[in-house]
Design a protein around this ligand. Structure first.
Ligand code: ATP
Length: 494
């Protein structure tokens, strides 16, 4: 009604101006420029959250497409029952579920889970990231939050759907603890306040039920107001997959790829400890690219191994190390491989002196199972394996190099773990109350003891070590079977 009155009055004034002979062209031009600016601001997203992406039904993702993550999937599904059975829930006077927060490392499938949730509840899915709300201009973030929710409701209405899922990735960017973001905190705080207002406004009898799914790698940074009951009621951990999960994810990603007879996905799942779903997807993709490059009709185990190395360590280096360096790398890696295989049989998957990314050579280990607890002996063995590279350089070349820097760092970390777990000569201690020098001395003592054991082991088996170095230089890589037979033959000859 007000609109009509304004339009009518404007028209009346314009007609009057023309009648008294006034030139109205500049007014038209000014109005045109104003309208253009308004459209540019709202359509380009300066004020509206138009960066938010719609997930089109063609790429419908279901929970079956999310490998592993059984606990997370079950928790999310359970929470979604509140939406699917909304009528019953509302009759019982239960307040609606407003938000689910997915937390976990990058690439573990949080976005996939949110998309699967949209498919499961037949909801419109609007995705955005926290960083898209932040501009220099005060109030823009809050306005974008309003537009985001409005867009979710409008789209659902247009598509005649009852549910809409608003997915906000990197939610910690807008939902960090209020008052902690330095000079621009006012803008961040306003944005978060608006998100809270929108979430508080969700009702069970809304014609379109909106569910907010937030995802973050930094749950510790979130403002407690966001996590209180009635907002993100459910927090679901989406962790790195275990071996079974890795196998499931691999199966999903090789589903559309031609696999050779020799490919053992279980073996690959075992070797990829610490990989996220995104790493596994990338490994499967890289393996297919390698097969294509070689004109091989099928992806073989060798392609997979190379792809896993590439994902783990990066591209092969173009600049080759010198002959002396290659010898030293072979000695270093043989030390790691020999000591690892001797202390923990079947622990080496393969060793190579092909330089990739930041690694000049490397020894890949098989984690037997994903362990939760470690014994003191296990930790000491790990230190010995880490020290074995530089120890081998000392034994065979007579000096050490900077190549062991990362090994030492890791070894020190494990030594600290021994101390804090009460497994060192200090017994059970309160580490915070210990003097730094005492901690340092205890770490050095642990490292020294383990180094002595490694040097002794290598000296006792120096012929096997030399043979391994020779073979490694010749072949660039040795597989687990080659290493084992080398050690067996060496022990029989001794
Ligand atoms: P980020 O925290 O970096 O946003 P994310 O946890 O949201 O990451 P996704 O975007 O869901 O991770 O995953 C990236 C890609 O990795 C997916 O498109 C998929 O190919 C693969 N992926 C990750 N996790 C899984 C999984 N559990 N099952 C199958 N594929 C997965």
């Amino acid at each position: 009604m007000i609109k009509e009155v304004i339009v009518g009055m404007t028209l009346g004034i314009l007609i009057f101006l023309v009648w008294i002979g006034y030139n109205i062209l500049p007014i038209f031009l000014l109005a045109g420029v104003g309208i253009l600016c308004y459209l540019a601001i709202t359509q380009r997203g300066l004020l509206g959250a138009t960066h938010a992406r719609r997930y089109c039904p063609a790429q419908r993702i279901s929970f079956a497409d999310v490998g592993g993550q059984e606990p997370a999937k079950n928790e999310v599904k359970e929470a979604l029952e509140f939406i699917i059975k909304a009528d019953k829930i509302s009759k019982m006077g239960i307040r609606p579920l407003k938000g689910i927060l997915l937390t976990g490392p990058p690439g573990t499938g949080k976005t996939l889970l949110a998309k699967a949730a949209a498919t499961y509840t037949d909801a419109v899915f609007i995705a955005t990231t926290g960083s898209e709300f932040i501009e220099m201009y005060a109030g823009v973030g809050a306005q974008r939050v309003r537009s985001l929710f409005k867009r979710a409701r409008d789209t659902a209405q247009q598509e005649k759907k009852n549910n809409a899922i608003v997915f906000i990735d990197e939610i910690e960017v807008i939902a960090g603890k209020r008052g902690s973001s330095g000079s621009t905190h006012m803008e961040y705080d306003q944005t978060l306040n608006q998100l809270l207002v929108e979430m508080d406004g969700i009702r069970s009898d809304d014609s379109v039920r909106v569910l907010v799914i937030g995802a973050t790698n930094r749950a510790d940074m979130l403002d407690p107001a966001l996590l209180r009951p009635g907002r993100f009621d459910r927090q679901v951990k989406v962790d790195l997959p275990d071996k079974k999960g890795r196998l499931e994810i691999l199966k999903i990603h090789v589903n559309n790829k031609p696999l050779g007879e020799d490919v053992e996905l279980e073996e690959i799942a075992r070797e990829t400890f610490g990989f996220s779903g995104a790493h596994l997807e990338s490994a499967a993709n890289e393996a297919a690219i390698l097969a294509l490059r070689e004109n091989s009709p099928k992806i073989t185990m060798a392609h997979f191994r190379e792809a896993v190395d590439k994902v783990m360590l990066g591209e092969k280096l173009n600049n080759k190390p010198t002959a002396d360096e290659i010898f030293r790398i072979a000695v270093h890696e043989s030390g790691h491989a020999f000591v690892s295989e001797t202390l923990i049989p079947d622990s080496v998957s393969h060793v190579t002196i092909t330089s990739r990314g930041n690694a000049l050579g490397y020894t890949r280990h098989n984690p037997t199972d994903d362990p939760y607890l470690y014994t003191k002996e296990f930790l000491e063995h790990q230190i010995q394996i880490l020290l074995a590279g530089s120890a081998a350089e000392q034994v065979l070349i007579g000096n050490k190099s900077t190549g062991a820097y990362n090994d030492f760092k890791e070894a020190v970390k494990i030594a600290k773990q021994i101390i804090v777990s009460g497994l060192s000569s200090l017994g059970v201690v309160s580490v915070e109350d210990l003097e730094k020098t005492l901690i340092h001395e205890t770490i050095s003592e642990i490292i020294r003891n383990e180094e002595e054991k490694v040097v002794a082991l290598l000296n006792e088996n120096i012929d096997i070590l030399k043979r391994m170095v020779e073979m490694l230089q010749k072949n660039e890589s040795l597989m687990a079977e080659d290493i084992r037979s080398l050690i067996q033959e060496g022990l029989q000859c001794a």
